[in-house]
Design a protein around this ligand. Sequence first.
Ligand SMILES: [Zn+2]
Ligand SMILES: [Zn+2]
Length: 385
Amino acid sequence: MSTKDFLEKDYYKALGVAKTAKPAEIKAAYRKLARKYHPDANKGDASAEERFKEISEAYSVLSDEKRRKEYDEARSLFGGGFRVPTGQRPGQGGFGFDLGDIFSGAGDAGGRLGDLFGGVFGGGRTTAQNRPRRGADVETETTLSFGDAVDGATVALRLTGEGPCPICHGTGAKSGTMPRVCPTCNGTGQSSRNLGSFGISEPCKECHGRGLVVDDPCPECSGSGRAMSSRTIQTRIPAGVADGQRIKIAGKGAPGERGGPAGDLYVRVHVKPHPVFGRSGANLTVTVPATFAELTLGAEVKVPSHRGAPVTVRIPPGTPNGRTFLVRGKGVRRKDGTTGNLLVTVEVMVPQNLNGKARSAIEDLREATAGQDPREELLERAKEA
Ligand SMILES: [Zn+2]
Ligand SMILES: [Zn+2]
């Protein structure tokens, strides 16, 4: 048998055992099948003879611990690694995907496999891609309530990405079948033609440069070997994130290839507005209505705080409209453990309807202050050049 057989034949299937089968199980399965298909017991039956050969070949590999390991390794790389190009791109030379990596023989991890398959593929192509590869960074979004953004929250993020098809494990071949080495190019993905005195090389027409052909395409992915999949992860959003902020969560991106580290996850955070509070960095803001009398005469007023009891703010006499007071430590917790402040802005409330007593009091005030024109200074200054 040749190393090519490693690609084409499913030895576990031939013996009817699981990939995790123990040596004793493999041996028992082999014995049972060998008895059944032995040429002596099936004289003149060519298909039984064929089957017997298949069983013997499978057993010779799976019963040898070292060869079984090589076989498993080759199949697992093979199964997870490559794809059939969906659009047939004739310009794409060589192996469509990771086959070049597997068979190139370059590098250390690939070296052993390169040796294993080198004979079949005439050395293959050399690429630097057989090293461990870091997974891609992934971006997603989440929307938090105002309070969760201030306090931090654990959120479930649904991540969608392209990965190997779960049905065919990326081979593109229907379940129970395997792609076979392209007979036209013998797996090189290239075909050569002689034009007069020189030869040209172009992608194989049979396999479109992949080096493999799929007889029965996987119905799930139509033979592409790729599928969209989604996963949900729980992640902690730290306290104090702001609307529009992008948070990096290390190691939660796409998984790496060939033992490489996972990529990072970036989460774009949207924060829903709060009906009462606003944010200004680590400070919370709130606008509080106050009466003319409170600002003029001074008062102690209760103002709301985020997730806490109302706090009392002392408004001194003669406070102008729009002045902002600071309540320490009632803001957003920062990364360093310190906390921002609550900024309270007072806004004078002009009454729309006055009862008789209040109305006459205001009229009294107008009378008492009749001599003062609050615009006098403005009018004077407007005359300046
Ligand atoms: Zn598939
Ligand atoms: Zn071909």
